[in-house]
Design a protein around this ligand. Structure first.
Ligand code: ATP
Ligand code: MG
Length: 534
């Protein structure tokens, strides 16, 4: 009995245990099912909440599942139930063909397609730009049974970027087409970019320019008066520092070849919205070198015009003074001749006629000087160099003075190494030497000697004319070689102020120089240096 009772009890217990086990399994299955349902719900909610299109297709590319956003886009095109349909039925032909090609590739290679930029249909049924990723979908055995796709609308980004690119393109084209130079400089003043005109105007390539600042010493910038233009005061640097735009600043900069270019600079600081400190500056500059040169030419022409005016008035003064005296003398002499003709003997008449001739000769020589100068200034003078002996020329000229009673004796001529052979224009050098000797005699007392020395080495000939005369006031030294200029201390000594300016031009035509040293009331030395031509 005990045994049977035990049996029953054990069976019961086993049944209960089985029952219990079944119950737990059912509960567990039910619980798991609920869990899965919840998970599915959650996933569904997630994929339906995402604004991107999410869809699953089988290997025949039939739509198995899609989220709300995707469904909405297809519904908007009139496909009330896209499930089970292929792209051929859902999309325009060219789009569907594109998708098909991609997916064919995906199935063949078993690889995902990531971030493909493509055209597709948007939520409102219109075409959009999208970024699509498609991944193969595998079953538990690892076989590819379809694909999962996710497509993101990037139309706004794309069109925004496109608009930005187009706008930038327009600005770039505008800047490139500008004849003015444009450079953009950062807060440190370094050039970040520049246009072609800037390259041309400044004579540097983009590569050479980028990174340079306005304070770089290579610009050797100058103001209009030629004084240095410190880099810190460059309009771009000022605009960066002060945040204020700078306009119409004229500056000269040196190109790498040394040429000076004049530019008119404007600088505009750039600010971020709401910012108070510029983050960059745009400097534009026009090449005004040609204008500057034109101004310079005009100024020179004006100066020449003015000089010509002065020359004319000086000539009038000269003519009235230098001509009136001999003319008055001629008139007086002719009157004497007319009135006393019958009372004068032949030697006296000859003497009067001789005086008239001398005055006429004097006037003629002044006229010749004036004409010679005019010819020289117009560049019409004939420079006719020929081989000759300068020593012989000096002797010939000095002999002419020896014939003049008082003058000849005080002329002392020295030439250490005759002959002095070279190539020169005899007529011109005769004028030069003649005038220097005449001046020395004229502006020094008759009791004092005048030295004329001629020396030469292989390359240079030096002619020196030295006197112990009235000298030249320091303030007149600078203008001595100007036409018609005479020093303040000439007193009654006659002269036109032409001799030295003719001499200077003649000497320069020979490639030489003329210099003067003088001490008031002590004497003057003129030194002519000429290159010796074999
Ligand atoms: P001309 O045209 O007849 O020669 P000029 O002698 O006055 O006239 P320049 O020979 O051109 O003219 O000389 C210019 C001026 O230079 C003179 O007027 C004189 O003031 C000064 N000068 C030239 N030579 C001497 C000299 N040896 N001593 C002092 N002054 C001189
Ligand atoms: Mg003279």
């Amino acid at each position: 009995m005990v045994g049977a009772a035990t049996d029953i009890t054990e069976r019961k217990r086993a049944e209960e245990a089985l029952h219990e086990a079944n119950r737990t399994l059912e509960e567990r299955v039910a619980a798991r099912t609920a869990e899965l349902e919840e998970e599915r719900n959650l996933l569904r909610t997630v994929i339906d909440t995402v604004p991107d299109f999410i869809y699953v297709k089988d290997r025949q590319r039939r739509m198995l599942l899609n989220n709300v956003a995707h469904a909405r886009s297809l519904v908007a095109r009139g496909d009330v139930d896209p499930l089970g349909k292929t792209d051929d039925e859902l999309f325009p032909a060219d789009m569907a063909a594109g998708f098909y090609a991609d997916e064919e590739q995906l199935f063949l290679a078993g690889q995902s397609i990531k971030n493909r930029e493509e055209r597709t249909i948007g939520e409102d049924g219109g075409e959009i730009w999208a970024l699509t990723t498609k991944v193969p979908l595998q079953n538990l055995r690892g076989e590819v049974i379809g694909l999962v796709g996710i497509t993101k609308d990037i139309t706004a980004i794309k069109t925004g970027a496109e608009a930005l690119r187009a706008s930038e393109e327009r600005y770039r084209a505008t800047i490139a087409a500008m004849s003015e130079g444009v450079v953009v400089q950062g807060t440190d003043g370094a050039i970040q970019l520049c246009n072609e005109a800037a390259e041309r105007i400044l004579g540097l390539t983009v590569d050479q320019m980028v990174g340079l600042t306005s304070i770089d010493p290579r610009w050797q910038a100058v103001h209009e008066d030629g004084s240095p233009f410190p880099g810190e005061t460059h309009p771009a640097m000022v605009a960066l520092r002060t945040g204020e735009s700078q306009s119409d600043v004229v500056m000269g900069v040196h190109k790498p070849d040394g040429a000076l270019t004049w530019i008119l600079v404007n600088a505009q600081p750039l600010f971020h919205p709401g910012g108070s400190q510029p983050y960059a500056v745009v400097a534009t500059f026009a090449d005004i070198t040609a204008r500057k040169q034109a101004e310079q030419t005009l100024r020179q022409a004006l100066a020449q015009e003015k000089e010509l005016g002065e020359l004319k008035s000086r000539f009038v003064t000269l003519a009235s003074h230098e001509f009136r005296t001999p003319l008055a003398a001629i008139l007086a002499t002719t009157e004497t001749l007319t009135n006393y003709w019958d009372r004068l003997d032949k030697p006296k008449i000859d003497d009067r006629l001789g005086r008239i001739r001398a005055q006429v000769a004097h006037m003629t020589s002044i006229m010749e000087d004036v004409l010679e100068l005019a010819r020289m200034q117009a560049g019409r003078v004939k420079y006719e160099p020929a081989p000759g002996d300068l020593d012989a020329l000096c002797r010939a000229i000095l002999t002419e003075y020896e014939d003049q009673a008082d003058q000849g004796r005080r002329l002392i001529y020295e030439c250490a190494q005759p002959p002095v052979l070279s190539v020169f224009d005899t007529r011109m050098l005769r004028q030069v030497i003649g005038n220097l000797v005449q001046n020395a005699l004229k502006y020094s007392p008759e009791s004092h000697p005048v030295w004329v020395t001629l020396v030469h080495d292989g390359e240079q000939i030096t002619l020196r004319v030295q006197d112990e005369g009235i000298g030249i006031p320091p303030e007149d030294m600078k203008r001595l070689f100007e036409t018609f200029h005479r020093a303040a201390n000439v007193g009654a000594i006659s002269g036109t102020g032409l001799g030295l300016s003719i001499a200077k031009q003649a000497v320069e035509l020979h490639g030489g120089t003329i210099a003067v040293e003088s001490a008031l009331d002590r004497g003057t030395t003129f030194t002519v240096r000429l290159p010796r031509v074999e």
